[in-house]
Write a protein that binds this ligand. Sequence first.
Ligand code: AMP
Ligand code: GLY
Length: 425
Amino acid sequence: MNVLIVGSGGREHAIAVSAAKSPKVDKIYCAPGNAGIAQIAECVPIGAMEFDKLAAFAKEQGIDFTIIGMDDPLAGGIVDVFEAEGLKVFGPRKNAAILEGSKAFSKDLMKKYNIPTAAYETFDDPKDALAWLQTAKMPVVLKADGLALGKGVLICKTLEEAKEGVKSIMEDKTFGSAGNRMVAEEFMTGREVSVLSFTDGKTIRIMSSAQDHKRAKDGDQGLNTGGMGTFSPSPFYTKEVDEFCKKHIYQATVDAMAAEGRPYTGVIFFGLMLTQDGPKVLEYNARFGDPEAQVVLPRMKNDMIEVMEACTEGRLGQIELQFEDNAAVCVVLASGGYPQSYEKGYPIEGLEAFHGKEGYYCFHAGTACKDGKIVTNGGRVLGITAKGKDLKEARQKAYEATGWVDFQKKYMRHDIGKAIDEAQL
Ligand code: AMP
Ligand code: GLY
Protein backbone atom coordinates (compact mmCIF):
# COMPACT_ATOMS: atom_id res chain seq x y z
CA MET A 1 0.00 0.00 0.00
CA ASN A 2 0.93 3.65 -0.46
CA VAL A 3 1.04 5.73 2.70
CA LEU A 4 1.02 9.52 3.08
CA ILE A 5 2.25 11.16 6.29
CA VAL A 6 1.30 14.79 6.96
CA GLY A 7 3.83 16.82 8.94
CA SER A 8 7.52 17.66 8.97
CA GLY A 9 9.04 17.07 12.41
CA GLY A 10 10.89 14.43 14.40
CA ARG A 11 7.56 12.81 15.24
CA GLU A 12 6.73 12.40 11.55
CA HIS A 13 10.21 10.97 10.92
CA ALA A 14 9.62 8.41 13.70
CA ILE A 15 6.20 7.60 12.20
CA ALA A 16 7.84 7.18 8.77
CA VAL A 17 10.50 4.82 10.17
CA SER A 18 7.79 2.67 11.79
CA ALA A 19 5.68 2.72 8.60
CA ALA A 20 8.72 1.63 6.57
CA LYS A 21 9.04 -1.46 8.80
CA SER A 22 5.52 -2.61 7.89
CA PRO A 23 5.45 -5.40 5.31
CA LYS A 24 2.18 -3.91 4.09
CA VAL A 25 3.81 -0.68 2.92
CA ASP A 26 5.20 -0.29 -0.61
CA LYS A 27 5.83 3.43 -0.75
CA ILE A 28 5.74 6.33 1.71
CA TYR A 29 5.05 9.95 0.84
CA CYS A 30 5.37 12.81 3.31
CA ALA A 31 3.97 16.34 3.04
CA PRO A 32 5.93 18.47 3.47
CA GLY A 33 8.53 16.29 5.25
CA ASN A 34 12.20 17.16 5.85
CA ALA A 35 15.67 16.10 4.73
CA GLY A 36 15.76 13.01 6.98
CA ILE A 37 12.29 11.82 6.02
CA ALA A 38 13.34 12.23 2.37
CA GLN A 39 15.77 9.32 2.85
CA ILE A 40 12.89 6.85 3.30
CA ALA A 41 9.93 8.66 1.75
CA GLU A 42 9.13 10.88 -1.19
CA CYS A 43 8.61 14.38 0.19
CA VAL A 44 5.89 16.44 -1.47
CA PRO A 45 5.97 20.24 -1.22
CA ILE A 46 2.40 20.69 0.02
CA GLY A 47 1.80 22.40 3.38
CA ALA A 48 0.04 20.54 6.20
CA MET A 49 -2.83 23.07 6.16
CA GLU A 50 -3.48 22.78 2.41
CA PHE A 51 -6.24 20.20 2.85
CA ASP A 52 -7.71 20.32 -0.66
CA LYS A 53 -4.32 20.02 -2.31
CA LEU A 54 -3.36 17.15 -0.01
CA ALA A 55 -6.62 15.28 -0.70
CA ALA A 56 -6.19 15.83 -4.46
CA PHE A 57 -2.63 14.52 -4.24
CA ALA A 58 -3.78 11.45 -2.29
CA LYS A 59 -6.37 10.69 -4.97
CA GLU A 60 -3.99 11.18 -7.89
CA GLN A 61 -1.20 9.07 -6.34
CA GLY A 62 -3.52 6.30 -5.21
CA ILE A 63 -2.68 6.77 -1.53
CA ASP A 64 -4.28 3.96 0.46
CA PHE A 65 -3.78 5.36 3.94
CA THR A 66 -2.93 8.82 5.30
CA ILE A 67 -1.52 9.49 8.77
CA ILE A 68 -1.88 12.99 10.23
CA GLY A 69 1.05 13.68 12.57
CA MET A 70 0.44 17.30 13.56
CA ASP A 71 -2.14 19.05 15.72
CA ASP A 72 -3.00 22.06 13.55
CA PRO A 73 -4.41 20.15 10.56
CA LEU A 74 -6.35 17.85 12.91
CA ALA A 75 -7.94 20.78 14.75
CA GLY A 76 -8.65 22.38 11.36
CA GLY A 77 -10.59 19.35 10.13
CA ILE A 78 -8.25 17.63 7.66
CA VAL A 79 -9.71 14.23 8.54
CA ASP A 80 -13.22 15.40 7.60
CA VAL A 81 -11.93 16.66 4.22
CA PHE A 82 -10.19 13.35 3.48
CA GLU A 83 -13.20 11.28 4.57
CA ALA A 84 -15.54 13.34 2.41
CA GLU A 85 -13.34 12.37 -0.54
CA GLY A 86 -13.57 8.69 0.41
CA LEU A 87 -9.92 8.55 1.51
CA LYS A 88 -8.77 6.39 4.44
CA VAL A 89 -7.15 8.57 7.09
CA PHE A 90 -5.82 8.09 10.63
CA GLY A 91 -6.64 10.78 13.17
CA PRO A 92 -9.63 12.35 14.92
CA ARG A 93 -12.25 14.38 13.05
CA LYS A 94 -12.51 18.09 13.77
CA ASN A 95 -15.27 17.64 16.34
CA ALA A 96 -13.05 15.19 18.28
CA ALA A 97 -9.69 16.94 17.79
CA ILE A 98 -11.19 19.76 19.89
CA LEU A 99 -10.02 17.61 22.83
CA GLU A 100 -6.63 19.24 22.19
CA GLY A 101 -7.80 22.29 20.24
CA SER A 102 -9.69 23.85 23.17
CA LYS A 103 -8.51 23.61 26.76
CA ALA A 104 -11.89 24.95 27.93
CA PHE A 105 -13.61 22.09 26.10
CA SER A 106 -11.33 19.45 27.60
CA LYS A 107 -11.65 20.86 31.12
CA ASP A 108 -15.47 20.95 30.86
CA LEU A 109 -15.45 17.37 29.55
CA MET A 110 -13.31 16.15 32.46
CA LYS A 111 -15.52 17.95 34.98
CA LYS A 112 -18.73 16.56 33.48
CA TYR A 113 -17.43 12.97 33.43
CA ASN A 114 -15.48 13.07 36.71
CA ILE A 115 -12.07 12.58 35.12
CA PRO A 116 -9.45 13.78 37.63
CA THR A 117 -7.88 17.13 36.71
CA ALA A 118 -6.96 20.45 38.36
CA ALA A 119 -9.78 22.80 39.45
CA TYR A 120 -10.27 25.63 36.94
CA GLU A 121 -12.24 28.63 35.70
CA THR A 122 -12.77 29.75 32.09
CA PHE A 123 -12.79 33.40 31.01
CA ASP A 124 -13.82 35.18 27.80
CA ASP A 125 -13.27 38.67 29.20
CA PRO A 126 -9.97 39.80 30.76
CA LYS A 127 -11.91 41.96 33.28
CA ASP A 128 -13.60 38.89 34.73
CA ALA A 129 -10.25 37.10 34.88
CA LEU A 130 -8.62 40.00 36.74
CA ALA A 131 -11.50 40.21 39.23
CA TRP A 132 -11.32 36.45 39.90
CA LEU A 133 -7.56 36.60 40.43
CA GLN A 134 -7.98 38.95 43.44
CA THR A 135 -9.12 36.01 45.58
CA ALA A 136 -7.32 33.19 43.75
CA LYS A 137 -4.65 31.05 45.41
CA MET A 138 -1.11 31.50 44.06
CA PRO A 139 0.69 30.06 42.15
CA VAL A 140 -1.95 29.92 39.44
CA VAL A 141 -1.64 28.44 35.95
CA LEU A 142 -2.98 30.46 33.02
CA LYS A 143 -3.60 28.73 29.71
CA ALA A 144 -4.55 30.14 26.33
CA ASP A 145 -7.58 28.11 25.21
CA GLY A 146 -6.34 27.25 21.71
CA LEU A 147 -3.26 25.69 20.11
CA ALA A 148 -0.02 27.56 20.87
CA LEU A 149 2.85 25.14 20.02
CA GLY A 150 2.95 24.00 23.64
CA LYS A 151 3.90 27.52 24.73
CA GLY A 152 0.55 29.03 25.79
CA VAL A 153 0.87 28.05 29.46
CA LEU A 154 2.03 30.52 32.14
CA ILE A 155 2.77 29.53 35.71
CA CYS A 156 2.32 32.68 37.81
CA LYS A 157 3.73 32.78 41.34
CA THR A 158 2.29 36.13 42.41
CA LEU A 159 -0.82 38.19 41.78
CA GLU A 160 1.32 40.70 39.86
CA GLU A 161 2.64 37.99 37.56
CA ALA A 162 -0.86 36.64 37.05
CA LYS A 163 -2.18 40.08 36.08
CA GLU A 164 0.66 40.37 33.57
CA GLY A 165 -0.22 36.90 32.31
CA VAL A 166 -3.85 37.83 31.68
CA LYS A 167 -2.68 40.91 29.78
CA SER A 168 -0.23 38.86 27.73
CA ILE A 169 -2.70 36.08 26.83
CA MET A 170 -6.01 37.95 26.50
CA GLU A 171 -5.09 41.54 25.63
CA ASP A 172 -1.70 41.51 23.91
CA LYS A 173 -2.60 38.19 22.26
CA THR A 174 0.95 36.85 22.58
CA PHE A 175 -0.39 33.46 21.47
CA GLY A 176 -2.71 34.95 18.83
CA SER A 177 -6.39 33.99 18.72
CA ALA A 178 -5.59 31.01 21.00
CA GLY A 179 -5.91 33.62 23.77
CA ASN A 180 -9.45 34.80 22.96
CA ARG A 181 -10.46 32.56 25.80
CA MET A 182 -8.36 31.60 28.82
CA VAL A 183 -8.41 28.83 31.40
CA ALA A 184 -7.06 29.59 34.90
CA GLU A 185 -6.09 26.45 36.74
CA GLU A 186 -5.04 25.29 40.19
CA PHE A 187 -1.26 24.72 40.37
CA MET A 188 -0.37 21.08 40.92
CA THR A 189 2.92 19.46 41.86
CA GLY A 190 4.26 16.01 41.09
CA ARG A 191 6.01 13.96 38.42
CA GLU A 192 4.80 14.33 34.86
CA VAL A 193 4.20 11.33 32.62
CA SER A 194 3.18 11.22 28.97
CA VAL A 195 0.96 8.31 28.01
CA LEU A 196 0.13 7.77 24.36
CA SER A 197 -2.74 5.56 23.29
CA PHE A 198 -4.52 4.26 20.21
CA THR A 199 -8.31 4.29 20.10
CA ASP A 200 -11.00 3.33 17.61
CA GLY A 201 -13.70 5.25 19.45
CA LYS A 202 -14.69 2.31 21.69
CA THR A 203 -11.54 0.41 22.66
CA ILE A 204 -8.40 2.13 23.92
CA ARG A 205 -4.93 0.55 23.98
CA ILE A 206 -2.14 2.18 25.96
CA MET A 207 1.42 2.47 24.69
CA SER A 208 4.50 2.35 26.90
CA SER A 209 4.86 5.47 29.08
CA ALA A 210 7.36 8.30 28.55
CA GLN A 211 8.57 11.50 30.18
CA ASP A 212 9.31 14.74 28.38
CA HIS A 213 11.56 17.66 29.40
CA LYS A 214 9.70 20.79 28.35
CA ARG A 215 11.98 23.57 29.61
CA ALA A 216 14.80 24.83 27.42
CA LYS A 217 17.61 24.67 29.98
CA ASP A 218 19.21 22.19 32.36
CA GLY A 219 17.55 21.85 35.75
CA ASP A 220 14.14 22.65 34.20
CA GLN A 221 15.09 26.30 33.83
CA GLY A 222 14.29 28.58 30.92
CA LEU A 223 11.27 28.85 28.69
CA ASN A 224 8.80 26.12 27.76
CA THR A 225 9.61 24.42 24.46
CA GLY A 226 7.96 21.72 22.37
CA GLY A 227 10.16 19.25 24.29
CA MET A 228 13.96 18.90 24.67
CA GLY A 229 14.20 15.18 25.26
CA THR A 230 12.33 12.11 26.43
CA PHE A 231 12.77 8.70 27.97
CA SER A 232 10.59 5.61 27.90
CA PRO A 233 9.32 3.85 29.93
CA SER A 234 8.84 6.14 32.93
CA PRO A 235 9.88 4.33 36.13
CA PHE A 236 7.31 6.46 37.95
CA TYR A 237 4.45 4.99 35.91
CA THR A 238 3.90 2.09 38.29
CA LYS A 239 1.36 -0.71 38.13
CA GLU A 240 -0.79 1.18 40.65
CA VAL A 241 -0.74 4.34 38.55
CA ASP A 242 -1.61 2.30 35.47
CA GLU A 243 -4.53 0.64 37.22
CA PHE A 244 -5.85 3.97 38.51
CA CYS A 245 -5.64 5.58 35.07
CA LYS A 246 -7.26 2.61 33.37
CA LYS A 247 -10.12 2.86 35.85
CA HIS A 248 -10.64 6.63 35.96
CA ILE A 249 -9.01 8.30 32.96
CA TYR A 250 -8.38 6.40 29.70
CA GLN A 251 -11.60 4.55 28.94
CA ALA A 252 -13.57 7.32 30.65
CA THR A 253 -12.21 9.84 28.15
CA VAL A 254 -13.04 7.69 25.11
CA ASP A 255 -16.53 6.99 26.48
CA ALA A 256 -17.07 10.67 27.30
CA MET A 257 -16.22 11.71 23.75
CA ALA A 258 -18.57 9.07 22.34
CA ALA A 259 -21.34 10.18 24.71
CA GLU A 260 -20.87 13.77 23.53
CA GLY A 261 -21.43 12.67 19.91
CA ARG A 262 -17.74 13.19 19.13
CA PRO A 263 -16.41 9.64 18.66
CA TYR A 264 -12.62 9.76 18.79
CA THR A 265 -10.39 7.76 16.43
CA GLY A 266 -6.62 8.09 16.44
CA VAL A 267 -4.01 8.75 19.09
CA ILE A 268 -4.90 10.34 22.42
CA PHE A 269 -1.90 11.67 24.33
CA PHE A 270 -2.58 11.95 28.06
CA GLY A 271 -0.33 14.47 29.80
CA LEU A 272 -0.55 13.30 33.41
CA MET A 273 0.69 14.67 36.70
CA LEU A 274 1.21 12.16 39.50
CA THR A 275 0.02 14.27 42.44
CA GLN A 276 -0.26 13.31 46.08
CA ASP A 277 -3.99 12.90 45.50
CA GLY A 278 -3.36 10.51 42.60
CA PRO A 279 -2.83 10.94 38.86
CA LYS A 280 -4.55 13.93 37.24
CA VAL A 281 -4.82 15.01 33.61
CA LEU A 282 -2.73 18.09 32.75
CA GLU A 283 -3.70 18.10 29.11
CA TYR A 284 -4.86 16.02 26.19
CA ASN A 285 -3.24 16.03 22.77
CA ALA A 286 -4.87 14.63 19.66
CA ARG A 287 -1.67 13.14 18.22
CA PHE A 288 1.62 11.48 19.11
CA GLY A 289 3.85 13.60 21.32
CA ASP A 290 7.05 15.00 19.92
CA PRO A 291 9.66 13.90 21.08
CA GLU A 292 7.63 11.18 22.90
CA ALA A 293 7.03 9.39 19.57
CA GLN A 294 10.80 9.21 19.13
CA VAL A 295 11.21 6.94 22.17
CA VAL A 296 7.87 5.10 22.17
CA LEU A 297 7.53 4.04 18.51
CA PRO A 298 11.02 2.49 18.21
CA ARG A 299 10.09 0.21 21.14
CA MET A 300 6.74 -0.93 19.68
CA LYS A 301 6.75 -4.50 18.38
CA ASN A 302 3.42 -4.31 16.53
CA ASP A 303 3.10 -3.36 12.90
CA MET A 304 2.10 0.30 13.41
CA ILE A 305 0.12 0.40 10.16
CA GLU A 306 -1.91 -2.64 11.20
CA VAL A 307 -2.75 -0.97 14.53
CA MET A 308 -3.74 2.29 12.82
CA GLU A 309 -5.93 0.47 10.30
CA ALA A 310 -7.62 -1.36 13.18
CA CYS A 311 -8.40 2.05 14.71
CA THR A 312 -10.00 3.47 11.57
CA GLU A 313 -11.92 0.22 10.99
CA GLY A 314 -13.25 -0.02 14.56
CA ARG A 315 -11.55 -3.33 15.41
CA LEU A 316 -8.83 -2.30 17.84
CA GLY A 317 -10.39 -4.73 20.34
CA GLN A 318 -8.73 -7.57 18.39
CA ILE A 319 -5.25 -6.12 18.91
CA GLU A 320 -2.91 -6.15 21.91
CA LEU A 321 0.03 -3.76 21.87
CA GLN A 322 3.46 -5.15 22.58
CA PHE A 323 6.59 -3.27 23.52
CA GLU A 324 10.20 -4.37 23.75
CA ASP A 325 11.41 -5.06 27.28
CA ASN A 326 14.05 -2.34 27.08
CA ALA A 327 14.30 1.45 27.28
CA ALA A 328 14.95 4.39 25.00
CA VAL A 329 16.21 7.93 25.52
CA CYS A 330 15.96 10.84 23.04
CA VAL A 331 18.09 13.97 23.33
CA VAL A 332 17.00 16.88 21.14
CA LEU A 333 19.74 18.84 19.36
CA ALA A 334 18.36 22.35 18.94
CA SER A 335 19.52 25.61 17.37
CA GLY A 336 20.94 27.96 20.02
CA GLY A 337 18.26 30.52 20.92
CA TYR A 338 15.30 28.13 20.57
CA PRO A 339 12.42 28.56 21.55
CA GLN A 340 12.94 32.23 20.78
CA SER A 341 14.91 33.50 17.80
CA TYR A 342 17.54 31.24 16.22
CA GLU A 343 19.47 30.98 12.98
CA LYS A 344 19.00 28.41 10.23
CA GLY A 345 20.93 27.10 7.26
CA TYR A 346 24.05 25.67 8.97
CA PRO A 347 25.44 22.44 7.43
CA ILE A 348 25.07 19.34 9.61
CA GLU A 349 28.16 17.10 9.77
CA GLY A 350 28.44 13.45 10.79
CA LEU A 351 24.95 12.16 9.96
CA GLU A 352 26.43 9.11 8.20
CA ALA A 353 27.68 7.84 11.60
CA PHE A 354 24.17 6.52 12.25
CA HIS A 355 24.03 4.30 9.15
CA GLY A 356 23.71 0.66 10.06
CA LYS A 357 23.98 1.30 13.82
CA GLU A 358 21.45 -0.99 15.44
CA GLY A 359 19.46 0.65 18.24
CA TYR A 360 20.47 4.23 17.36
CA TYR A 361 18.22 6.68 15.53
CA CYS A 362 18.82 10.17 14.22
CA PHE A 363 15.34 11.60 13.72
CA HIS A 364 15.25 14.83 11.74
CA ALA A 365 13.02 17.60 13.13
CA GLY A 366 14.11 20.87 11.48
CA THR A 367 16.37 20.03 8.55
CA ALA A 368 16.41 20.85 4.85
CA CYS A 369 18.48 19.95 1.84
CA LYS A 370 20.43 22.87 0.32
CA ASP A 371 22.82 22.40 -2.61
CA GLY A 372 23.01 18.70 -1.88
CA LYS A 373 23.92 19.25 1.79
CA ILE A 374 21.69 18.74 4.84
CA VAL A 375 21.34 21.97 6.81
CA THR A 376 19.58 23.16 9.96
CA ASN A 377 16.09 24.49 9.28
CA GLY A 378 14.28 24.82 12.60
CA GLY A 379 14.49 25.32 16.35
CA ARG A 380 14.56 21.62 17.12
CA VAL A 381 16.96 20.17 14.54
CA LEU A 382 17.53 16.48 15.38
CA GLY A 383 16.27 13.94 17.89
CA ILE A 384 19.05 11.53 18.86
CA THR A 385 17.52 8.33 20.21
CA ALA A 386 19.22 5.23 21.54
CA LYS A 387 17.79 2.05 22.93
CA GLY A 388 19.45 0.16 25.78
CA LYS A 389 18.72 -2.77 28.07
CA ASP A 390 17.63 -0.24 30.69
CA LEU A 391 17.18 3.54 30.99
CA LYS A 392 20.72 4.17 32.21
CA GLU A 393 22.29 2.34 29.28
CA ALA A 394 19.95 4.03 26.80
CA ARG A 395 20.82 7.44 28.24
CA GLN A 396 24.55 6.78 28.10
CA LYS A 397 24.28 5.65 24.46
CA ALA A 398 22.03 8.56 23.41
CA TYR A 399 24.44 11.13 24.88
CA GLU A 400 27.37 9.37 23.27
CA ALA A 401 25.61 9.59 19.89
CA THR A 402 24.91 13.32 20.30
CA GLY A 403 28.67 13.74 19.76
CA TRP A 404 28.59 12.05 16.35
CA VAL A 405 26.88 15.02 14.69
CA ASP A 406 27.77 18.66 14.69
CA PHE A 407 26.46 21.98 13.41
CA GLN A 408 26.98 25.62 14.34
CA LYS A 409 24.93 26.75 17.37
CA LYS A 410 24.21 23.13 18.34
CA TYR A 411 22.43 23.19 21.70
CA MET A 412 21.12 20.47 23.98
CA ARG A 413 20.17 19.80 27.55
CA HIS A 414 22.64 17.67 29.47
CA ASP A 415 20.22 16.30 32.05
CA ILE A 416 17.68 14.40 29.96
CA GLY A 417 16.69 11.41 32.07
CA LYS A 418 18.22 12.73 35.29
CA ALA A 419 15.03 11.59 37.02
CA ILE A 420 16.09 8.02 36.24
CA ASP A 421 18.71 8.29 39.01
CA GLU A 422 16.03 9.35 41.49
CA ALA A 423 13.83 6.35 40.78
CA GLN A 424 14.11 3.10 42.72
CA LEU A 425 15.24 0.93 39.84
P1 AMP B 1 0.16 21.84 29.07
O1 AMP B 1 0.46 22.37 27.69
O2 AMP B 1 -1.23 22.11 29.52
O3 AMP B 1 0.61 20.42 29.26
O4 AMP B 1 1.15 22.64 30.04
C1 AMP B 1 2.53 22.71 29.78
C2 AMP B 1 3.29 22.44 31.04
O5 AMP B 1 2.92 23.37 32.06
C3 AMP B 1 2.99 21.08 31.64
O6 AMP B 1 3.78 20.07 31.07
C4 AMP B 1 3.32 21.30 33.10
O7 AMP B 1 4.71 21.24 33.32
C5 AMP B 1 2.88 22.72 33.33
N1 AMP B 1 1.50 22.77 33.86
C6 AMP B 1 0.36 22.79 33.15
N2 AMP B 1 -0.72 22.79 33.96
C7 AMP B 1 -0.25 22.78 35.22
C8 AMP B 1 -0.86 22.76 36.51
N3 AMP B 1 -2.18 22.82 36.68
N4 AMP B 1 -0.03 22.73 37.59
C9 AMP B 1 1.30 22.70 37.45
N5 AMP B 1 1.93 22.72 36.27
C10 AMP B 1 1.18 22.75 35.15
N1 GLY C 1 6.19 16.81 23.87
C1 GLY C 1 4.93 17.34 24.16
C2 GLY C 1 4.00 17.41 23.04
O1 GLY C 1 4.19 16.81 22.01
O2 GLY C 1 2.99 18.08 23.18
